[in-house]
Design a protein around this ligand. Sequence first.
Ligand SMILES: Nc1ncnc2c1ncn2[C@@H]1O[C@H](COP(=O)(O)OP(=O)(O)OP(=O)(O)O)[C@@H](O)[C@H]1O
Ligand SMILES: [Mg+2]
Length: 245
Amino acid sequence: MTPSAPSITTPLIDIREVRKEYDDGPPALVDLSLTVAAGEALAVLGPSGSGKSTLLNLIAGLDRPTGGTVTVDGVRVDRLGETASARYRRERIGMVFQFFNLLDDLTVTDNVLLPAQLVGAGRLQARARAAELLEHLGIARHAQAYPGRLSGGERQRVAVARALMNRPALLLADEPTGALDTASGAEVRELINELNDEGQTILLVTHDLALAGACATRTVELVDGRIARDTPGTRRTRGGSAVAR
Ligand SMILES: Nc1ncnc2c1ncn2[C@@H]1O[C@H](COP(=O)(O)OP(=O)(O)OP(=O)(O)O)[C@@H](O)[C@H]1O
Ligand SMILES: [Mg+2]
């Protein structure tokens, strides 16, 4: 795809009139429509309770909308049963969390290899991919270490490597800098920028305005389950494709 190509491609994320109601209280999302093109780095901001995690869960297929449709990478995520939904996540989505969610009794390499094992990828190929990712993310020297010995920033790099293992169409991140000190937060921002420059589509939910400001090509702000603002970021994607996909 060249930068001058007409924008007739289908969006990577296509959310149409999604509504999410829980048993009690007002709806968490109200007729929300949103499209995200491949290559965007979208930051979702908004006050506590505005529906950010709910939106992320619907995109990840971890929950189903009460109404409306969620299509990601051509998959009608809102219609998937449990098995298909788990498979969709393994094959197309990478997820990064605030508290890393690494397995402490596995080495860094074995943590990164997990998603490949879940999809039954070939051993040698998976090992090569893991080594390439660790090298690319600057943590190759910790390949045989256990996560407990790493700094927060290094742990988050391992979590990102694991998320990228199966070359996901979409990288989802929920407060990826939420548990990090200033320096590690800056490292992770840089990493997110690099990945997006390589063409990785990223959707991150955050309260961290420095993160959104530095990394987002577009910012969507939720208020009471609705999109209150949708603004272009100051960053621009360079496109291309390297290790991320
Ligand atoms: N499992 C649930 N059952 C009932 N209500 C829920 C559930 N999950 C979320 N909600 C409600 O839906 C609304 C949106 O919640 P959500 O977690 O999406 O907000 P958020 O923007 O992620 O907030 P925060 O910034 O605090 O993480 C809130 O009113 C919340 O109480
Ligand atoms: Mg939340």
